[in-house]
Design a protein around this ligand. Structure first.
Ligand SMILES: Cc1ncc(COP(=O)(O)O)c(C=O)c1O
Length: 394
């Protein structure tokens, strides 16, 4: 049977990263995949995670399944990290399902949305993280796009965004990136989040927030101010959160689907659908990452260490943005100041597909065809090489 299968084209991001790994050029630079790398080019383990891991190895007495919804300490910690204690209240209106990464959370959220509104259209930003489409589309949800990034101004095209979203009806879902928009780095202001809340109230659409970078844009609180505003105003919000980046737990597959509902009855029904979806798709969540995250978030000393390391990482990314934008502006006599206004790991350099491919072929500088780069892969060793290479094609 399997011989009838034809080979699919590789994932656009992972395929390029594999191409880079196979490139024998010793000067190659990989700015493709969204992982944070320190000055030595290593994606580090947080000190608090390392410590929690030692404790866990010493304390663990079983590898029995976790409860199907996940580890209670982790779930409680994630509710309060994302929504803050005031919105969480006694927690009875919020349902949380521990998932394999943020991708698992998006999938569980999609399954629950499809159960609640099988004909829902999901509105996604143009552009968005490409994985949203297969991940949510495989559940059977349909898509519409809304304008988001304006390549001319290198910022959010809010006028066209709100114009397009006038088409979102009751029963539709609008997918927003909580912070650090992937791929553009262009985020909504708090005033713009408030205008989206006005529209959601008037039109009745539901908002799903993809939160993969909390703490990596400005700080842990500011990065969720927009989604908290929506949750408070609308009384209903779905969040797919990931601990891959902000706790450095990428390979441990640690995420959570959070459903902020209107009342406890809705929460109970949502919970049952979330559990049903998890059972169908992967049955039980992986434990290790969530047990580490739960310890780090709930232990005061580990928490303080994590918060301080995360804010150093965030500050370093802001500094890399400043350096890149200044160096590129100086070298090319063009305005790259937009790079320092953006948040998180990603930025479009504004190159054509041919320029991006040329840099790959001639200089071993790997970025996506869209010229999206991972700013967090820059360091003192490669910064000037990147600037020089980019300037050479402009
Ligand atoms: C926008 C966005 N959403 C979700 C994810 C999911 O991350 P993971 O499944 O690795 O936790 C990512 C990871 O790169 C992302 O960039």
């Amino acid at each position: 049977m399997l011989e009838h299968l034809s080979v699919l084209s590789p994932d656009p991001i992972l395929g390029l990263a594999a191409e880079c790994r196979a490139d024998p050029n010793s000067n190659k630079i990989d700015l493709t995949v969204g992982i944070y790398m320190n000055e030595s080019g290593v994606c580090p383990v947080f000190h608090a995670v390392r410590e929690a891991q030692q404790q866990l190895v010493a304390d663990e007495i079983t590898k029995a399944y976790l409860p199907a919804a996940g580890d209670a300490v982790y779930l409680q910690s994630m509710k309060s990290l994302v929504f803050g204690d005031e919105l969480v209240g006694d927690g009875s209106k919020i349902t949380a399902i521990q998932t394999p990464g943020g991708c698992g959370a998006l999938r569980i959220a999609s399954e629950v949305l499809a159960a609640a509104a099988p004909d829902a259209t999901v509105w996604i930003s143009n552009p968005t993280w490409p994985v949203h489409i297969p991940l949510m589309g495989s559940v059977g949800l349909k898509f519409e796009t809304y304008s988001y990034y304006d390549p001319a101004s290198h910022g959010v095209d809010f006028g066209n965004m709100t114009n397009d979203l006038k088409g979102a009806k009751k029963g539709d879902v609008v997918l927003l990136h909580g912070c650090c928009h992937n791929p553009s780095g262009a985020d909504l202001t708090l005033e713009q989040w408030a205008q989206i809340a006005d529209m959601a109230e008037a039109q009745g659409f539901t908002v799903l927030v993809d939160l993969a970078y909390q703490g990596m844009g400005t700080n842990l609180e500011a990065d969720v101010a927009g989604l908290r505003l929506l949750a408070g105003r609308l009384g209903e919000l779905i969040v797919a959160a990931s601990c891959s980046k902000n706790l450095g737990l990428y390979r441990e597959r640690t995420g959570v689907a959070l459903f902020f509902g209107k009342d406890t009855q809705t929460a109970a029904a949502t919970h049952s659908h979330g559990l049903g979806a998890a059972r169908r798709v992967y049955s039980m969540p992986p434990a290790h990452g969530a047990l580490l995250a739960g310890r780090v978030l709930s232990d005061p000393a580990l928490r303080a260490s994590w918060e301080s390391e995360l804010s150093e990482i965030c500050a370093r990314m802001i500094e890399l943005r400043t350096q890149l934008s200044e160096k590129l502006s100086e070298k090319t006599n063009q305005d790259f100041s937009f790079i320092s206004r953006e948040k998180g790991m990603f930025s479009f350099l504004g190159l054509s597909v041919d320029q991006a491919r040329g840099l790959r072929k001639d200089r071993g500088l790997y970025m996506l065809d869209s010229s999206r780069i991972n700013v967090a892969a820059l360091n003192e060793q490669n910064m000037d090489k990147v600037v020089e290479a980019v300037a050479s094609v402009l």
